[in-house]
Design a binder for this molecule. Structure first.
Ligand SMILES: Cc1ncc(COP(=O)(O)O)c(C=O)c1O
Length: 409
């Protein structure tokens, strides 16, 4: 294997072999020759390894732990079927179509939890027809209307501790905090929510919270505060059975990020909920799929405009919205290097490049001033960390949604 130590993202299953980038043992340039571009590739083994690592951490809490993968992150059918056959997780769905899709991919309605917001009467009709699906209600309105169509049901209450954590200081990825958010039931309404549930014949058996996305080690002390604040809610539920910690576990995006320390993470859970006898559920999206996927694009334009070197590619922000929507960093790398990795990536061989998509919007820039090895028109470029919230959030803006998805096994 080539020496690629300076590349922070290199792993055993994501690295250059000679000049070519491989994901899960597959040469991405070869794979993209077959698929055409733009194309997403997802490593099935990496997804399963992520699930296993997380289940290991849950087991270390000493509490019974279950993973409900948040399929909003990536709903590619073959990937969901792989997860189902692995037996490693259930699903968290947030719309009737997600619930139906999970069932089509092999999950039983009882293996699906449902956590949604602004729930309509039509949504409730679907839920009433699936009594085995666990619902986390995030408003008094939902409790009142669910009780009317599905009385006798056990539910969780999504709570809002008015504290949030997310990727670094990024406020866009916080779902709770100082600013009043649409998600969950606040302390000041919680007793009323419990009373209302009892009145309409719903049994509250758990709490749920999801307070932000992308947290890493630096955010664990703040995440601990969140858990402590949520203990207040749990202690008011007469017979609690489940605490759902939501998703939000992050993955590294830049060289200075470190992978989440799952041992410390598990320790915080043990410290807060140990001895309560509850089951711990988590519903991660990104942690399971993000670093298992890449988006392969082709360079069609290499051109200097004034002092800026532009690389233009055949896919835009509509195929992976997070860099533009959430200002998340994006990591582009060549699929094939012109020379060995150590030379091609040596600092003096890199050029600051602005990477532009093919959408007619000024904001359609993947990255500005990103150091990249020399590339030419026709070369393939790989965007890392495209396994989550990329294809699933894509749009047909400019009628350019024709990317394909592929599961690597
Ligand atoms: C309720 C809920 N659970 C889980 C998730 C998954 O979050 P993540 O992909 O950050 O783990 C989300 C994402 O927005 C969510 O809204």
């Amino acid at each position: 294997m080539t020496d690629t130590a300076p590349l922070w993202w290199v792993r055993e299953d994501l690295r250059y072999v000679g000049t070519d980038l491989h994901l899960g043992g597959v040469n991405l340039a070869h794979a993209a020759r077959g698929s055409g571009t733009p194309a997403y590739f997802y490593s099935g083994p990496r997804v399963l390894a992520n699930l296993r690592r997380l289940q290991g951490a849950l087991d270390a809490t000493g509490l019974r732990g279950r993973i409900r993968y948040a399929m909003k992150a990536n709903r590619f059918g073959p990937l969901l079927t792989l997860m189902k056959t692995s037996g490693l997780c259930g699903i968290d769905a947030c719309s009737p179509n997600e619930l139906r899709h999970a069932v089509r991919c092999g999950f039983s309605p009882g293996e699906v939890s449902y956590t949604a917001t602004s729930v309509s009467p039509a949504d409730l009709d679907v839920l009433a027809r699936n009594p085995e699906t666990w619902i986390n209600c995030d408003s008094l309105s939902t409790i009142r209307r669910l009780g009317a169509v599905s009385p006798g049901r056990s539910i969780g209450l999504r709570v809002n501790p008015a504290l949030g954590v997310g990727y670094g200081e990024n406020q866009l990825l916080r779902y709770a905090g100082e600013r009043t958010s649409k998600f969950g039931i606040y302390r000041e309404h919680f007793d009323e929510a419990l009373a209302l549930a009892a009145q309409v014949g719903l049994k509250v058996e758990g709490i749920h919270f999801h307070v932000g996305c992308g947290y890493l080690n630096a955010q664990l002390p703040a995440w601990r505060e969140v858990l402590h604040a949520c203990r207040w809610f749990l202690d008011r539920v007469p017979n609690p059975r489940v605490v759902n910690l939501g998703g939000g576990l992050g993955v590294p995006h830049v060289a200075t990020d470190r992978a989440l320390d799952l041992e410390t993470w598990a320790g915080v859970i043990r410290e807060t909920f140990g001895g309560t006898g509850v089951e711990i559920w988590v519903e991660p999206g990104d942690f399971v799929v993000k670093d298992a996927g890449v988006l392969v694009l082709q360079l069609n334009t290499v051109e200097r405009k004034r002092n800026t070197l532009f690389y233009g590619v055949d896919g835009g922000f509509n195929l992976a919205m997070e860099p533009v929507f959430y200002k998340l960093p994006c990591e582009p790398v060549p699929a094939r290097l012109r020379g060995e990795a150590a030379t091609a990536w040596s600092p003096d061989a890199l050029h600051p490049v602005t990477l532009a998509g093919n959408i007619n919007e000024a904001l359609d820039l993947w990255a500005e001033n990103v150091p990249l090895p020399e590339m030419a028109e026709g070369d393939l470029l790989v965007l890392l960390n495209a396994g989550g919230y990329a294809a699933a959030m894509s749009s047909d803006h400019c009628m350019r949604a024709q990317a394909t998805e592929h599961l690597l096994l």
